[in-house]
Design a protein around this ligand. Structure first.
Ligand SMILES: Nc1ncnc2c1ncn2[C@@H]1O[C@H](COP(=O)(O)OP(=O)(O)O)[C@@H](O)[C@H]1O
Ligand SMILES: [Mg+2]
Length: 641
């Protein structure tokens, strides 16, 4: 056996399951669970987790070595009692036997005390390591770019931070301590047996050969099964998370049954894989007990022969038998520990793979500060310079283009779904970096700005208007964490959100996730706008920020939007004509290209795509009164999920 972390085979075939009774086949992204990590990454991760606890680790090692010395003195004392104590009693000398008894009790007490201290030290180390690891996973998952999150589902991230950390915790809290105890005791027992009688020691060591082969075979088979098991449990978690993340579309499309069937399949697969690991363990336990029993019987028989021939003391044989028993006793537990160990190694590898991922949108090594915004000059200039862009998972979305957005102006971006509007916006917010070319903010490449500076410079608001758990005031203050309550209220008032916030059960202190704190889509959008106003970025991007709203809500949001845009460079991805009308300039996109570019009035007067759209919109308004279709031909509202 070995305590080092094996570099398990690099090909992660075990992640691919038969489509029939397993999780979905490799084509399904859920099935691909293990990210490639550089060789030895798990070991380095473990090392880096342990490093801060070096002192405690050394103390733990010392406690363990001393404790095991006290424990393993037992049989030796028995041998001494039989071979020297008992004969002395026959000669009316109780001294040696009493001395042995006292030593026995002292050793037992000392061992108990040392074990207790050891467990405490180990628990502290484990707590520290797991705390650190969970923190790292969370920090790292947040730091990774959207490009990563496009491909790696949140369910898988959650299973890294929960079930994988849990399996490591099990190993650290239970398995590893016992494994170390077993290792130290085997060394001590081997040495003591050899000291008692080299023949006995040799025989005991020899019996380790079949045991070693057994352990080796078991480890190989169970490694494979544990890889499968941890992938299987991850698939279950992923499916669960997906159902819940998409609970609205699930309801809307009555997907419950299909989801249930899928979950059931994954769940059953997990059960089967789990049963496999248990069976494998059962086989190991039975076989190792058999080896142990045969070894003890053989050693006692052989020892008895030698006692008869006067070659071995009776006490030494008794101690030898006790030691050999002790040698094999932990083998049952050993299988369990090995299981823990396997699953922890599989988990650690997955975590290491995740932590080895580098963000595709890295922080610059030498971040550049933007010069302060000149007073009286609103916003900053944005330049797309020979930019091309392709998502990793698809073909080119934006062919080479250049575009200058002067400071303080509002550009409306219109075009059919899939034209690339959001993609362009995401490049400007630096959610992604261009494949080629540069995006410049007042002449500085976005890639050279620190994350903090970038977030101050550019803010993007999307249709979802996500609210974080916390109060309404906290949600507004996300744009400026050190804002005072007055500033928060001023922003809310400017946006026109104050009245509805004041009418909530606890006003600005209403928890948005609690009952009564339920906020409509339009109100959420107002909170999001107040957030932007408080953050006061130079550039603001609104990606269909109003398209999920109903008409009465829209007027308020429209006013709020104009407040937000004032004094900034703005890109508004517009779904409605009313939104476009407030822009200085309209960009019409088609298949990643800007096909029209001009003032709204010019484009309407022309004969291009925008003038067609505009006419259709007007006609529809005249026919139906309301609501108009969106500029990309979709219904104007109620797109629901
Ligand atoms: N995360 C992504 N990964 C791969 N392809 C994407 C991703 N997001 C969008 N796309 C693709 O890029 C194209 C442009 O999408 P998008 O910019 O969202 O269009 P729009 O906002 O104009 O509707 C589409 O073909 C879409 O399928
Ligand atoms: Mg879009």
């Amino acid at each position: 056996m070995t305590t080092t972390l094996p570099d398990r085979d690099r090909d992660h075939d075990h992640d691919r399951e038969p489509a029939e009774d397993g999780p979905p086949a490799a084509s399904d992204p859920i099935a691909r669970d293990t990210l490639p990590a550089p060789r030895g990454a798990s070991r380095r991760l473990l090392g880096s987790l342990l490093r801060p606890h070096r002192g405690k680790v050394a103390l733990g090692a010392f406690l363990l070595l001393t404790q095991q010395a006290a424990v393993q003195a037992g049989p030796l004392l028995v041998a001494y009692a039989i071979d020297s104590g008992v004969p002395a009693v026959r000669d009316d000398d109780n001294g040696p036997l009493i001395a042995v008894a006292v030593a026995y009790v002292v050793c037992a007490l000392g061992a108990g005390l040392l074990r207790y201290t050891f467990i405490q030290a180990a628990a502290r180390i484990n707590q520290g390591m797991l705390l650190d690891l969970r923190g790292r996973i969370h920090r790292h998952a947040q730091a990774l770019s959207l490009d990563f999150h496009d491909r790696y589902t949140s369910g898988r991230l959650i299973s890294r931070a929960t079930s994988d950390v849990q399996s490591l915790r099990e190993l650290l809290n239970e398995g590893l301590q016992e494994l170390l105890v077993i290792l130290v005791s085997v060394v001590y027992i081997g040495a003591l047996l050899c000291y008692l009688d080299p023949g006995l020691g040799g025989a005991a060591l020899l019996s380790f050969v079949p045991l070693y082969l057994l352990v080796r075979g078991y480890r190989r088979r169970s490694a494979e099964r544990f890889g499968k098991r941890s992938t299987a449990i991850a698939s279950v978690i992923v499916q669960f998370a997906e159902t819940l993340n998409g609970i609205r579309p699930v309801k809307a499309f009555r997907r419950e049954e299909a989801n249930d069937a899928r979950f059931d399949r994954l769940n059953r697969h997990h059960g089967r894989v789990n049963a496999d690991t248990v069976l494998e363990m059962g086989r190991f336990i039975v076989l190792s007990r058999l080896v142990a029993a045969v070894a003890v019987a053989a050693i006692v028989l052989w020892g008895a022969q030698r006692v008869r021939s006067g070659d071995l003391e009776l006490g030494a044989l008794a101690a030898g038998a006790l030691y050999v028993r002790r040698l094999y006793d932990p083998m049952d537990r050993f299988a369990m520990i090995l299981n823990n160990y396997q699953s922890a190694v599989a988990s650690l590898e997955k975590i290491a793979g995740l932590l080895a991922q580098r963000p595709d949108v890295p922080e610059p090594e030498r971040p550049v500060q933007l010069p302060p915004r000149a007073a009286g000059r609103p916003g900053r200039e944005v330049v797309f310079e020979d930019v091309r862009f392709a998502y990793r998972t698809g073909g080119e979305v934006l062919p080479r283009f250049s575009l200058t957005l002067p400071a303080g102006r509002t550009a409306a971006l219109v075009g059919a779904t899939g034209a690339g509007k959001s993609t362009l916006a995401k490049l400007l917010a630096r959610f992604y970096d261009p494949t080629e070319g540069r995006v410049l903010l007042d002449g500085t490449d976005l890639r050279d700005l620190s994350t903090a500076e970038l977030r101050r410079g550019v803010v993007m608001v999307t249709q979802e208007a996500f609210l974080f758990s916390g109060t309404v005031a906290e949600n507004i203050a996300i744009g400026k964490p050190d804002a005072t309550r007055e500033e928060v209220e001023r922003a809310a008032k400017a946006i026109g959100a104050h009245d509805f916030i004041a009418s909530l059960p606890e006003g600005y202190d209403t928890d948005v996730r609690k009952r009564g704190g339920r906020i409509s889509a339009g109100q959420r959008q107002l909170v999001a706008f107040a957030r932007v106003l408080l953050a006061d970025p130079a550039v603001v991007i609104l990606d269909e920020a109003t398209s999920s709203l109903d008409i009465p809500g829209e007027k308020a949001v429209q006013d709020a939007m104009e407040t937000v845009l004032r004094g900034r460079t703005a890109v508004v991805i517009a779904h409605r004509l009313s939104t476009v009308e407030i822009a200085d300039r309209v960009l019409v996109m088609e298949s990643g290209r800007i096909v029209e570019d001009g003032t709204p009035a010019d484009l309407i007067a022309g004969t291009g795509r925008f003038s067609d759209l505009h006419r259709a919109w007007r006609e529809s308004l005249a026919r139906h009164g309301s609501p108009p279709p969106g500029l990309d031909g979709r219904a104007g509202r109620g797109r629901g999920c």
